[in-house]
Design a protein around this ligand. Structure first.
Ligand SMILES: NC(=O)c1ccc[n+]([C@@H]2O[C@H](COP(=O)([O-])OP(=O)(O)OC[C@H]3O[C@@H](n4cnc5c(N)ncnc54)[C@H](O)[C@@H]3O)[C@@H](O)[C@H]2O)c1
Length: 312
């Protein structure tokens, strides 16, 4: 199959790795002249080296072709993944250009983090092939992809996209109805907003918020989500847990300050706390460390003995 990455920044280049390591030809186009060749390709080579795959990196790298424009990139394509900046007019223009020249049956997928696809994927030729395929950064390391149709996306395209992602080694879910931010970012940013409130009002430090996740919640969440956590935390399962703790849980929901008005001082305070751990100049190195830890975490998700095979 021929996969195309339009936009080769943080997310586009990680998608390119997903497609190429599964054996497919990948065309790259970025409007910033020279960026795909001089920035994205070397970064992809380094990332592939760190992934330590069975196949030699050089054999994977030959699958990438840098293209000079969208028309040559999408000609004959099976799947076009748009990963340009999160900017609605830009996405409308880029998708219109892609859809005007891509084969009528090519999947046209957007990486948008929060924009409903119907705002920029419907007013194009053959809108039945277009959808949001929202990855988690970097998709080369994290398999979840949120698939969300636009109302005009056909069931056949959704099914084809789903099957293709599974064949690529990703783990798609379906968002049944459009909603800003889909599922992951809604959950993530509600928690982020409350964390800003907790730090802003002095309930704990920024470092301790992160520790609550890495030494607490995330250790469960790498294996079970919040619903299964509740199910396993009570003798009578989920319903019993909710019966016992539901009122307290609802109160946390109503007490949470999700519209906390954080200002520049709080942002600077948390920035300084993060900088003390990872100076901004060390972010690329820390990203490599993060990606190695993600791979180690995924290795720990291996079956541990078949006691609950449906969870493994
Ligand atoms: N970074 C994340 O954590 C993350 C996670 C999931 C989804 N996303 C989404 O993925 C998309 C891309 O995000 P990113 O973080 O990779 O952004 P980025 O700024 O790192 O990369 C965007 C790239 O698109 C290129 N570009 C801009 N206009 C273009 C055009 N007309 N044609 C071709 N290329 C063009 C830019 O030169 C740049 O290299 C956004 O919609 C974002 O919301 C980001």
């Amino acid at each position: 199959m021929i996969f195309v990455c339009i936009g080769c920044g943080t997310v586009g280049r990680a998608w390119a790795i997903v497609f190429a390591r599964a054996g497919h030809a990948v065309r790259l186009y970025d409007s910033n002249p020279g960026f795909a060749r001089d920035e994205a390709l070397p970064a992809m080579k380094a990332s592939l080296t760190d992934l330590d795959l069975a196949e030699p990196v050089a054999d994977i790298m030959v699958r990438f072709t840098v293209c000079e424009d969208i028309a040559s990139a999408v000609s004959g394509a099976d799947w076009v993944q748009e990963s340009v900046r999160e900017d609605l007019p830009l996405k409308q223009a880029v998708i219109a250009e892609i859809a005007g020249v891509a084969p009528a049956d090519a999947i046209v997928a957007s990486s948008t983090s929060a924009l409903p696809g119907s705002l920029f994927l419907n007013d194009i030729p053959s809108p039945a092939r277009a959808m949001v395929a929202h990855p988690v950064n970097p998709p080369s390391h994290i398999p979840l992809v949120e698939l969300c149709g636009t109302g005009l996306t056909s069931d056949a395209s959704m099914e084809r996209a789903r099957a293709t992602l599974i064949a690529l080694g990703q783990d798609p879910i379906t968002v049944n109805k459009e909603i800003d931010g889909f599922i992951l970012n809604r959950l993530q940013y509600v928690m982020f907003a409350e964390a800003m409130h907790l730090v802003g009002e002095g309930y704990c430090s920024a470092e301790d918020v992160d520790k609550v996740i890495t030494s607490g919640l995330a250790l469960r969440w790498a294996s079970i989500g919040p619903f299964m956590t509740a199910h396993l935390n009570a003798a009578h399962g989920f319903a019993g847990f909710v019966e016992q703790l539901g009122p307290m849980m609802k109160k946390m929901g109503t007490d949470a300050v999700t519209d906390y008005d954080w200002g520049p001082e709080l942002v600077q305070k948390i920035h300084c706390a993060m900088e003390a751990l990872v100076p901004v100049g060390n972010i690329p190195e820390a990203q490599r460390w993060r990606d190695a830890r993600i791979l180690a975490t995924r290795a720990s998700q291996e079956p541990v003995g078949g006691i609950s095979p449906k969870l493994e």
